[in-house]
Design a protein around this ligand. Structure first.
Ligand code: ASP
Length: 330
């Protein structure tokens, strides 16, 4: 009997030591930290992830931080990949408001947003813009609203799948205009943007991190921003808010956060959050983000506990809105 207890005790000590040792030497020189983006490369989420990966390398002692695009199902495929990953700090998820809409939108969601992830902190708030194909016969929001009414049932609206930010914004836009459009889902608004520029789809609501450069290059028509106040960047400052345009209390801002699988050692979580805070204060990171209309988080949402509280409040906020719109994804 004593022998069995002794060997069990030594096993526990060994396991604790290895975890402790693991956290102490995190990140190991020979290991890669992967930030999973649940959308295709070239889109707004991918952009935030690549900028953050760049800014986190130095505070993580020069670690190799890469981005892995695991797209599909409006972001739930990538989120599930991280929920199932080893809780060792080397596989992280960068996601947006989809973490708060999936619990209501995706009926058979394969993971629990509130209990299958460790919350590492928030990153930024990103406005959205309502944009159209170059040949769309409307040069301002008023003309666009008229065109939408004259073309009921004939309009194609691009998005990144049910549960994506573009899907959510498109939903609110259709509800506000009391009209239905045909949703054309892509693996991300990166590829969707290519089709909008090419005229294969008519409209899209997407984050300024993806639309700013296309609006500046006049490759798409821009109609409005979804924030309560107009933006200050050169390319977007003349765009009216949708509220100004008459869609009262229409307001959508897309926030991004970083997550690890549940059970990631607390020490490792702290190292990652500390590195995030250094990255978010990096002037280079801030300049890149602000140049694309994003606002880097400086408030208490940088703290993991506040990050989790914020997501829980967003789940409660979006659930009735989504249910009222009567949209689900299986
Ligand atoms: N953020 C998604 C992307 O990066 C787009 C979306 O959620 O609509 O493609």
């Amino acid at each position: 009997m004593t022998k069995t207890i002794k060997s069990a005790v030594s096993l526990v000590v060994l396991a604790a030591a290895s975890l402790g040792a693991h956290a102490a030497d995190f990140p190991a020189r020979d290991k890669v930290i992967t930030i999973v983006v649940p959308f295709a490369a070239g889109g707004p989420t991918d952009r935030v992830a690549r900028d953050l990966a760049e800014a986190m390398r130095k505070p993580l002692g020069g670690a190799t931080v890469v981005v892995d695009n695991a797209a599909g199902a409006g972001g739930s495929i990538g989120a599930n990949k991280v929920a199932r990953a080893a809780p060792d700090g080397y596989t992280l998820l960068l996601h947006h408001v989809g973490m708060a809409t999936m619990p209501t939108l995706v009926r058979n969601i394969p993971f629990k947003v509130e209990s299958d992830f460790e919350y590492l902190g928030m990153i930024n708030d990103v406005p959205m813009t309502l944009i159209g194909k170059p040949a769309l016969p409307a040069s301002n929001y008023r003309e666009l609203a008229g065109w939408v009414n004259q073309n009921k049932g004939k309009i194609n609206l691009g998005n990144a799948g049910v549960g994506s930010a573009s899907h959510l914004c498109g939903l609110l836009f259709q509800t506000a205009l009391k009209t239905d459009m045909t949703a054309v889902p892509y693996k991300g608004t990166g590829p969707a943007m290519t089709d909008l520029i090419g005229g294969q789809i008519d409209l899209m609501c997407d984050q300024t991190t993806n639309t700013t450069s296309q609006i500046e290059a006049r490759k798409v028509k821009a109609y409005a921003v979804t924030t309560a106040k107009r933006l200050s960047t050169a390319a977007l400052k003349d765009l009216p808010t949708l509220q100004e345009a008459g869609l009262k209390d229409f307001q959508v801002t897309i926030w991004h956060g970083l997550y690890a699988p549940k059970g990631t050692p607390a020490d490792v979580q702290k190292k990652l959050n500390d590195a995030m805070k250094v990255a978010l204060r990096d002037p280079e990171f801030i300049k890149k983000q602000e140049g694309l209309g994003a606002v880097v988080v400086t408030d208490k949402r940088m703290e993991p506990a506040e990050h989790k509280k914020f997501v829980q409040s967003e789940i409660a906020k979006w659930s009735p809105i989504i249910k009222a719109a009567g949209v689900y994804a299986d």
